[in-house]
Design a protein around this ligand. Structure first.
Ligand code: N01
Length: 838
């Protein structure tokens, strides 16, 4: 026999306290001892509202306690406590009732039915039935008019609940929607095999149970179906049942037999035997961790029976480019897919980031889908770097062209995804209460979709207009004639500042860290160039797929440190004039590895800033000098530095004059207050992990992703997480994602995930998840690679450094898109090595 540790220690402490066996005591003394045991347990959740009422029963009245949960109730539960019909009361069970109310989100009515031997069978049954009828008649005053009705109880209370379900059926009583029976007593013959098992004589022994039966009902009455529901002639037409038993309980066979009898009569039953547990464990929620798990299971099963749940093969969270393509792929494979999207339309990043000047920083011909030859041939990009409206139009075109929208629920944010180990499937719940079960969940939530709450004092004081670049209003913003502040100088700000400066009467930029940005040299797409690419798009795409960044430009193989000063100057100038991100970074092989090599390119850019910005102090303040170029996401811009030469634009260097607070009318720094009509926060995102962690994701054993990742994200390939079977993350942490052309990485991840799901189905396997060791090896590999570069030197969002309290680690795979693809392909080809599939 192996009990769980908490139970063993509880039994040991009871033995130490020399708790007497109840069957050796008078009923009165047994009640006192039982109350004493319960009094020693911690109370239940205080936030549950409690009030007692008197319920009339034949010739008397009984107490009942109404416990209302803090969250809106989903059901109305009449609860009959255990205690062998002889001991126990609603005070003893107060903590249990409170935990039930909170965990099951139920209004719980605890019934203090009268006890034997003073009130033998059938008085407790009649009391319980009167209470059930009273509850049903008083739904209005309980604020439970439309809630499903549940009868529930443990041990003798489980017996009474089962009896209530039968009696209500037979006498056309209250409509019971569910019976929840916790290690119920079901058979007064006292002959089930488990009664004789020495291992099961723990909290409840055969002697104690015989003592209870003897006080409750005589030999003949015990065979009545109102005492022994297992002996009922008809178990059909009863409400669905949730039945749980404990492995080391003399009643385990009775509970199981009842589950079998109901199933045989076509009643829907959820049954679970809690291993390593003894009788009574459920009623000790504060002492035994297993009780909390059992309550959660009960809540889950109640939801399963009481709340409409749809079933799909796969749920995809997010309808940006990754969610749309994932939907397309899986639907092609014949799967039933449900996509949930928080926005009102497709587009993801390009749906939310509508700030002025928003545009892509990888050439559009490269930042586009390759999966459909017709699509890539027919779609015409208007500019080298397409603006946000065009990217959104592209996303909408894809949704329409491939008829994706009918599978997407818009304006629907996913609140939680919990893995149900019994069914090997996920239960996904949305914020508006929709529930879907699916074998797989794909988190296509993007990497920069959790806009960071600006962590600036007094943020709520400001009476003017406030905007966040990552949550820009759909209708746009008119800054004409307005005094505007922009806080932040990352990629979003670098694009927005020149545009806002064209409209605003005054623009003040608040900069904490100066950024590196080089000219985008954007222009309309040259038709001959586009046609040349399209004529050979497959070669172009093949190059992208094996490239470091997912583009077609190649990195030079020679080192800046081996080159002459003139050669370096020539190459950096060529990069500057290329108008491409990789144009700068790829000029030499060592720019992101050797500090000294990086110093050269950083100084080149600083010189260009000095050349451009006329006011010497502003130029000085704009010089990035506390991190190597490329270790924070470099920007490309249109007229960023030139904008600071405009008369209506000024810069505040927060390193010299930090913000003290936002005020009602503006921003106060250490040198004074400046008034504004509008403040634009371009303060970034809780990148990579934020979009995943804001969904309540729970894997095996109910472990929360927030707990599993409390020291930083761990995954295998950035695709899958140990302990979270059948959950996939598109461009997740520790994949190339943000270090690459996202469209190339998205296609690669989606293809890989789709193949993996197909492989599972063909092999009749239900689950797949990475082994912990594979995850550890991947973490070591990604960390080792990152440490070979200059990336860890910057306080960047790549390192999680922009969010207070976020564990500091490099969040992407620096080995390159091509290498990463080969690794992923090789893992798949080897039968998914590093994964465990069952
Ligand atoms: O965000 P960011 P973003 N007080 O985190 C400052 C992609 N993107 O939205 O560096 C004062 O880069 C912060 O200062 P510091 C791209 O991958 C792509 O601009 O923390 N300032 C920084 O200056 C990009 O990297 C495109 O000292 C505060 C700024 O706010 C990523 O999105 C366009 C502050 C945040 O910059 C994120 O870019 C746009 C505070 N309390 C975005 N808190 C293209 O494709 C933060 N800051 C072109």
């Amino acid at each position: 026999m192996q009990l769980d540790l908490a139970t063993t220690s509880l039994l040991a402490s009871m033995a130490l306290n020399e708790t007497p066996a109840l069957n050796t005591l008078s009923p009165e003394d047994a009640r006192l001892v039982f109350s004493e045991i319960n009094r020693s347990m911690p109370p239940g959740p205080a936030q549950v509202l409690s009030r007692d009422v008197e319920i009339p029963v034949a010739g008397a009245s009984i107490r009942a306690r109404i416990l209302t949960p803090s969250e809106p109730a989903k059901s109305l539960m009449v609860y009959y406590h255990g205690g062998g019909w002889v001991i126990g009361n609603i005070d003893d069970y107060d903590a249990v009732g409170r935990h039930l109310a909170e965990t099951c989100q139920s209004i719980v009515v605890m019934v203090d039915y009268r006890k034997a031997p003073e009130h033998p069978f059938p008085i407790p049954v009649d009391d319980c039935y009167a209470a059930l009828a009273w509850v049903d008649d008083n739904r209005s005053s309980l604020e439970a008019d439309t809630l499903p009705l549940v009868v529930a109880g443990d041990s003798a209370g489980g017996n009474l609940s089962a009896v209530m379900a039968i009696q209500s059926r037979d006498s056309n009583g209250p409509k019971i929607d569910l019976q929840a029976l916790i290690y119920p007593v079901t058979d007064g013959r006292m002959a089930a095999k488990s009664w004789g098992d020495e291992d099961k004589q723990l909290f409840l022994t055969s002697d104690i149970m015989s003592y209870f039966w003897t006080h409750y009902a005589d030999a003949e009455a015990r065979l009545d179906q109102r005492a022994s529901p297992l002996l009922a002639e008809n178990h059909g037409d009863l409400p669905p049942a949730v039945i749980l038993t404990a492995e080391f309980d003399i009643l385990v066979d009775e509970g199981r037999a009842y589950a079998e009898a109901l199933t045989a009569a076509d009643v829907t039953v959820s049954y679970k035997d809690f291993t390593q547990q003894m009788h009574g464990f459920f009623a000790m929620p504060a002492a035994l961790p297993a009780a909390a798990k059992a309550m959660q299971w009960l809540a889950q099963e109640m939801d399963r029976h009481l709340i409409a749940t749809e079933r799909r093969d796969v749920v995809v969270v997010g309808a940006g480019f990754s969610g749309m393509y994932q939907l397309y792929k899986l639907r092609e494979q014949g799967l039933d897919v449900q996509v949930f999207e928080a926005g009102s339309d497709v587009g993801g990043t390009w749906y939310w980031n509508r700030y002025p000047g928003a545009r892509v920083d990888i050439e559009s011909m490269a930042y586009s889908f390759s999966f459909s030859e017709e699509l890539q041939q027919e779609w015409q990009w208007s500019e080298k770097y397409s603006p946000q409206p065009e990217l959104l139009k592209y996303a909408q075109h894809i949704a329409d062209r491939f008829e994706l929208k009918r599978h997407i629920a818009f304006d629907t944010r996913v609140a939680s995804a919990h893995f149900d180990e019994d069914a090997d499937e996920w239960l996904v719940t949305t914020e508006c209460g929709k529930r879907v079960r699916a074998q797989h969940v794909v988190m296509a939530t993007g990497v920069l979709s959790a806009s960071k709450e600006p962590d600036i004092a007094g943020r709520d004081n400001f009476k003017g207009d406030t905007y966040r670049t990552g949550l820009w209003p759909k209708e746009g913003v008119d800054f004409k004639g307005k005094r505007v502040a922009v806080i932040g100088t990352g990629s979003s700000a670098v694009q927005a500042i020149p545009m806002i400066a064209q409209e605003a009467s005054e623009l003040v930029v608040y900069q904490r860290t100066a950024t590196f940005t080089t000219p985008a040299l954007n222009h309309p797409v040259k038709q001959d160039e586009a046609e040349a690419i399209k004529a050979n798009y497959s070669d172009y795409r093949a190059k992208q797929r094996l490239n470091v960044l997912g583009v077609v430009n190649e990195r030079a193989v020679d080192r800046a440190l081996d080159a002459t000063a003139e050669e370096r100057e020539r190459r950096f100038a060529a990069g500057w004039e290329s108008g491409l991100l990789p144009g700068m970074l790829f000029q030499f092989a060592d720019l992101q590895i050797e500090q000294e090599a990086n110093d050269h390119i950083s100084e080149y850019i600083r010189d260009r800033i000095r050349d451009t910005v006329k006011d010497p102090q502003t130029a000085q303040d704009l010089l990035p000098n506390d991190y190597p170029y490329g270790t924070k996401r470099p920007c490309i811009d249109t007229n960023y530095y030139e904008t600071f030469n405009q008369d209506n634009v000024s810069l505040v260097n927060l390193r010299r004059t930090p913000i003290e607070t936002i005020t009602e009318s503006g921003i106060k720094t250490t040198v004074g207050e400046h008034e504004f009509d509008a403040i634009v926060y371009a303060t970034g995102f809780d990148a990579m992990t934020g979009p995943l962690l804001r969904v309540d994701i729970r894997g095996r054993d109910g472990i929360k992703l927030t707990d599993a990742w409390c020291d930083g994200p761990r995954s295998y390939l950035g695709i899958a997480i140990h302990g979270f079977p059948n959950l996939f993350t598109i461009t997740g942490p520790s994949s190339p994602s943000v270090l690459s052309n996202m469209l190339v990485s998205i296609e690669q991840h989606v293809d890989w995930v789709s193949d993996c799901i197909q492989w599972l189905r063909e092999g009749n396997k239900k689950t797949i998840e990475p082994a912990e060791s594979a995850e550890q090896e991947w973490a070591a590999h990604t960390e080792q690679l990152a440490n070979m570069t200059l990336y860890p030197k910057a306080n960047s969002w790549y390192m999680g450094a922009n969010v207070p309290g976020k564990p500091r680690m490099f969040l992407a795979y620096v080995g390159g898109v091509g290498t990463y693809r080969l690794i992923c392909d090789q893992i798949a080809a080897s039968g998914y090595s590093g994964f465990e599939a069952a």
